[in-house]
Write a protein that binds this ligand. Structure first.
Ligand SMILES: Cc1cc2nc3c(=O)[nH]c(=O)nc-3n(C[C@H](O)[C@H](O)[C@H](O)COP(=O)(O)O)c2cc1C
Length: 185
């Protein structure tokens, strides 16, 4: 069985997008699609990067753990909020910490916004950044608009059937890439 790491990108007080991370984790687990773990950037609490991990003289244990978890995952889902038409510093900080860990890693992008457009601006920027670092953002994406309305306090989607259908297609494609790439290792 493949292993998916979900990076939960918002460290904001009262964050909403963490619900989407938890929903995707639950969906993958309940449907036995893969093993799965959330890597919560609020818990990792990385300082602003002074250097890439591989060049740090005394890297923090959290940074080494994050590196190991990304290395071990067959695919990574990045749940990122959209802030001011981009993604937050917390997400870029975590991406820039690593180098080789990202090579040829299939990336599923789930962007989350308070507005109507599901974070499509952050999505486009993340696709560019991940390609630049030689990861592979897969064509299927999981944008979530109006997150406060579309997910309740318990993290359940308001329209469960439609959301599950979208999540299913998203994860199916991510796993397709994970399987294809595993044959090339
Ligand atoms: C600094 C900041 C800027 C934001 N800019 C946008 C934006 O450009 N477009 C949008 O739809 N929502 C925007 N939002 C709302 C977030 O998308 C919203 O809080 C959403 O829940 C995802 O972020 P969260 O996980 O931190 O809650 C912004 C929120 C913050 C805190």
């Amino acid at each position: 069985m493949f292993h998916i790491a979900i990076i939960s990108g918002s460290v904001r007080i009262g964050r909403e997008s963490h619900k989407v991370s938890k929903y995707l984790e639950r969906y993958i687990r309940e449907n036995e699609l893969a093993t799965v773990e959330i890597l919560d950037l609020k818990v990792f609490n990385f300082p602003i990067e002074e250097e890439r991990l591989e060049n740090l003289p005394a890297p923090a244990e959290e940074a080494k753990l994050f590196s190991e978890k990304i290395k071990a995952a067959h695919a990574v889902i990045v749940v990122s909020p959209e802030y001011n038409g981009g993604y937050p510093a917390s997400v870029k900080n975590a991406i820039d910490l690593l180098v080789k860990e990202w090579y040829h890693k299939p990336i599923g992008l789930a962007t989350v916004s308070g507005g109507n457009f599901g974070g499509v601006n952050a999505m486009a920027l993340l696709q560019t950044v991940f390609l630049k670092i030689k990861a592979v953002p897969v064509p299927a994406t999981f944008p979530v608009p109006l997150v406060q309305k579309n997910f309740n306090k318990e993290g359940e989607p308001a329209d469960k059937a439609a959301t599950d259908r979208r999540a299913g297609a998203f994860i199916k494609e991510l796993l397709w890439f994970a399987e294809a790439f595993s044959k090339m290792q």
